[in-house]
Design a protein around this ligand. Structure first.
Ligand code: MN
Ligand code: MN
Length: 465
């Protein structure tokens, strides 16, 4: 063997160094579409609506309109307006397994409580309960938009979206002025802002003759009734979410990055959506799954712990075979491969101490493959099988995709999880594969445009593998 020892070394790549002008243009084109998606889809419901719209424009049909399905068919399966799967039927039977890419549409936010509206010191406010893992102080003194649905007593639904159109008002949570923050400033970061202080400023004009202690609240109720026909009790059957207001931005003088709310995990939602919209005649049946509730532990009937995926694949199965039952379904899963499409932490120059530099993902280093997440000794992770890591590695290299490995921080620093372990429990081979982020879960998260592009390429080739 005539190998120079130098050649045996693994070299980390920078995606920007590998691209030519033509690819650079493709990267920029994709990121324009991505920014638009982020700006228009601030909630899980909005994502699902947009995914279904885009799929229908590309010829996907709702599965209940299909008597049977065959190779090449493109179908939509959705549930409760909050979860959706797109499938392209493969040339092989389901018994050879499917290829699944699962991402999540929900993102950390502030939800209104069932009784949100109150008045204090001549101001009207909304009470909230935060959703997912947030650092509370990050949500103060920034513009917020309100999105969601209200189901009225008669069952009629009202769609609410305030704060993201150019002339809309926005909302905010006040922060304490530094002049008076002497006591607050010595508190621990986890205690400096309490959950019950995340109250949204929504009004200040009293209704004339409304009474001293409730005139401002009454004026808000009057406005809500005039604009939406709702009463205070209607908040009980509402899902209203406060999210950072405003569109996605280019970041940096070189515009190499995107800064926006909700990139965990809408970056993987968008890239896997784009991938499945563009493929034709895959070998295995390709399924892009867009799930909800990941940020609160995947519980609920629209979360990964629910039965949506099982039902969705069964909907396809019963349209392909004479008999298709639960055992057949799990035999399909046993032969199936999956990517848990989720973001991971990128090395942050300001906080390098929480990462282990040999194994941390870098912004611009390409799509990230993460064998395990978890915490405290790989607890709560499926820890992908080496055989499957080898399969993914080969697929990525074959298609000249710039990729890297990652892990969620150095050992015993903290950790986290994705939907990978739940997919693994069904029998799939599965590994985490997605985009590295800076400021994950912050109101503005940062991704590299090059990584978004490599992720999209990886997903597309995975479906066609
Ligand atoms: Mn995520
Ligand atoms: Mn997350």
């Amino acid at each position: 063997m005539n190998v120079k020892p130098e050649e045996l070394i693994y070299h980390r790549k920078n995606a920007w160094e590998q691209v030519n002008e033509e690819t650079k243009q493709q990267i920029l084109n994709l990121s324009e579409g991505y920014k638009q998606f982020l700006s228009n889809c601030k909630t899980e419901r909005a994502c699902v609506r947009q995914i279904i719209n885009m799929a229908q424009m590309r010829g996907f049909l709702p599965i209940n309109q299909c008597q049977s399905v065959e190779a090449g068919d493109k179908v939509i399966i959705s549930s409760k307006g909050k979860v959706v799967a797109l499938a392209v039927i493969g040339q092989q039977g389901l018994d050879e397994g499917i290829s699944l890419i699962g991402s999540h549409t929900d993102a950390p936010r502030l939800d209104l409580k069932p009784h949100p509206l109150y008045q204090e010191h001549d101001l009207a406010l909304f009470k909230t309960h935060y959703y997912g893992g947030i650092k509370k102080y990050q949500w103060l003194a920034i513009p917020l938009a309100l999105h969601g649905v209200i189901y009225k007593a008669d069952g009629q639904v009202v769609d609410v979206s305030i704060g993201d159109r150019p002339n809309d008002p926005v909302f905010t949570i006040t922060d304490l002025l530094p002049h008076l923050a002497k006591d607050q400033m010595v508190k621990k970061l986890t205690e400096a802002v309490e959950g019950e202080q995340l109250n949204i400023l929504i009004g200040g004009i009293p209704l004339s003759g409304g009474g001293k202690d409730k005139a401002v609240k009454l004026n808000v109720l009057k406005l809500l009734f005039e604009n939406y026909g709702i009463t205070e009790e209607d908040f009980i059957s509402a899902e209203l979410e406060l999210v950072p207001a405003g569109p996605a931005h280019d970041v940096g003088l070189d515009r190499s990055m995107i800064g926006a709310y909700g990139q965990d995990d809408r970056v993987c939602v968008f890239t896997s959506l784009q991938a499945i919209l563009e493929i034709n005649n895959p070998k295995r049946t390709a399924v892009a799954l867009f799930i909800d509730k990941e940020e609160i532990g995947s519980n609920g009937n629209t979360g990964m712990m629910g039965r949506f995926l099982q039902n969705a694949v069964s909907e396809i199965g019963i349209r392909m075979y004479q008999s298709f039952n639960e055992f057949t379904l799990y035999r399909v899963f046993e032969k199936s491969i999956a990517l848990s499409a989720d973001v991971t932490a990128a090395m942050d120059p300001n906080y390098e101490g929480v990462m282990e530099k040999m194994n941390a993902a870098r912004l611009g280093g390409g799509v990230v493959v993460t064998k395990y997440t978890g915490a405290k000794g790989k607890y709560h992770t499926n820890d992908a099988n080496a055989e499957y890591v080898a399969f993914i590695r080969k697929m990525l290299n074959q298609h000249n995709i710039i990729w890297q490995t990652g892990e969620l921080g150095k050992v015993d620093q903290g950790g986290g999880g994705t939907i990978a372990y739940i997919i693994a429990e069904l029998g799939f081979e599965v590994i985490d594969c997605g985009v590295p982020l800076l400021s994950m879960h912050a109101p503005m998260e940062i991704a590299s445009k090059a990584d978004v592009y490599e992720c999209y390429k990886a997903y597309k080739n995975f479906f066609m593998a």
